[in-house]
Write a protein that binds this ligand. Structure first.
Ligand SMILES: *Cc1c(COP(=O)(O)O)cnc(C)c1O
Length: 395
């Protein structure tokens, strides 16, 4: 009897995330491998073309990662010493890291406590004459208040670079993410809504960025290898600047093309699971659930995050996650606020500067949310969370 009570909800761990790779992706990769052309070529061009149509962006450049897309975008902005880039602390460190690598200074504005996205008023207050770029992050796939952020950037002549790593397929007021800001960076890391193994995409409207970004992406060369090796190509090329090796492979684009076929179905599956979580946890006082913002949008539901009201519990967030693991449920923390990481503390950031982000950072956790989960998996997560909560309550 005692053993029965102590039995975990699941014997085998439910992974926090799994990519949705099916026979279509596998067949396309095999076809690519057999074709004789495996690096950047026709499949990458098709993937970029499909992505342009999906987002309504005029240009799309596929890259080796979302971080690479952010890096070339920030380099194209040509930051001078002391130029600032304003972003949110409630994010993965990729964008702030690349700001530093592009020679800029990182500035943060605190987040909105309902959406966990950058707070527009805080952003406005934190702007300085040195602010050159604003990087909003569509946290968990929920679009930021883009109308306000666009206005802010237009008024001040600031470049609007969206970090849309969580937001493929999302839209704001009927406009697809990828068509709004000056530039938008996406990620196809295996945890994201669609994957290419590793990979990223930078979309943008203005033709004037195209050449610079293409050069930065590939050695600073004026033409890519595929075009050079084609029958009509010439073997010559010119190096116009010291560029990076950030190109996407046709092997990766093979996966991406077949993932794009499924994007809508994958995102609908996420949305449906998120709805179930919200229903199941609706009355649970110890959890703060994702809130709907007061504007029209389509959420990409990259993550399902909740805040644990640790005031009501005997244990903290990290112990809670360890208990969930014992019940057979994998979880994540997205994110520890960037300004609290050692390197950023070394730059002078400290606890107390962004109280909303810190409040969230200390209490947030991500539950498994991916299309390969079954209804039974979802039920197990709900059971395990309720079970651990019940035994952790302050008495
Ligand atoms: C995943 C992620 C990135 C980086 O994408 P990679 O493809 O892993 O380089 C950037 N920003 C955010 C918010 C992310 O979650």
């Amino acid at each position: 009897m005692i053993q029965e009570i102590a039995a975990p909800v699941r014997e085998r761990l439910l992974p926090f995330s799994l990519p949705s790779i099916g026979p279509e992706e596998i067949a396309e990769v095999v076809e690519c491998l057999r074709s004789g052309w495996i690096t950047t070529g026709p499949k990458v061009e098709r993937f970029e073309d499909r992505f342009r149509r999906l987002t309504g962006a005029r240009h799309a450049l596929a890259t080796s990662s979302g971080t690479a897309a952010l890096h070339i975008a920030l380099l194209a902005a040509e930051l001078k010493d002391g130029d600032e880039v304003l972003t949110t602390p409630m994010t993965f460190a990729a964008a702030p890291n690349m700001v530093l690598r592009a020679g800029g200074r990182v500035a943060f504005a605190d987040i909105d406590l309902r959406t966990f996205n950058i707070d527009v008023k805080a952003a406005r207050q934190r702007l300085s004459p040195r602010t050159r770029v604003l990087i909003p992050v569509h946290f968990a796939g929920l679009p930021c208040r883009m109308a306000e952020l666009e206005r802010l950037c237009r008024e001040r002549g600031i470049l609007l670079l969206e970090d849309a790593a969580h937001a493929v397929g999302a839209s704001y007021d009927g406009r697809p993410i990828g068509s709004i800001g000056d530039m938008t960076a996406f990620s196809f890391h295996p945890i994201k809504n669609i994957t290419t193994g590793e990979g990223g995409m930078l979309t943008f409207r203005d033709e004037r960025w195209l050449r610079k970004l293409s050069l930065l992406r590939f050695h600073g060369m004026d033409r890519n290898a595929w075009k050079r090796y084609k029958a009509e190509g010439s073997p010559h090329y010119d190096i116009e600047l010291p560029g990076f090796k950030y190109n996407m492979l046709d092997i990766q684009a093979s996966i991406g093309l077949r993932q794009l076929d499924k994007l809508d179905a994958l995102n609908l599956a996420r949305e449906s699971m998120a709805r179930t979580y919200r229903e199941e946890f609706g009355g649970v006082e110890e959890l703060f659930l994702p809130q709907d913002p007061p504007y029209a949008h389509r959420h990409a539901w990259h993550l399902f995050t909740v805040l644990l009201r640790t005031e009501k519990l005997r244990i903290g967030r990290d112990a809670f996650l360890a208990e969930l693991k014992r019940e057979g449920i994998g979880t994540g923390v997205h994110f520890q606020a960037v300004h609290l990481h050692p390197y950023y503390r070394g730059l002078g950031f400290r606890r107390g500067q962004f109280p909303n982000a810190e409040y969230v950072s200390d209490r947030i956790l991500s539950l498994p949310l991916y299309p390969r989960m079954t209804r039974e998996d979802l039920r197990d997560v709900v059971l395990a969370v309720k079970k651990v909560l019940a035994r952790s309550l302050k008495t």
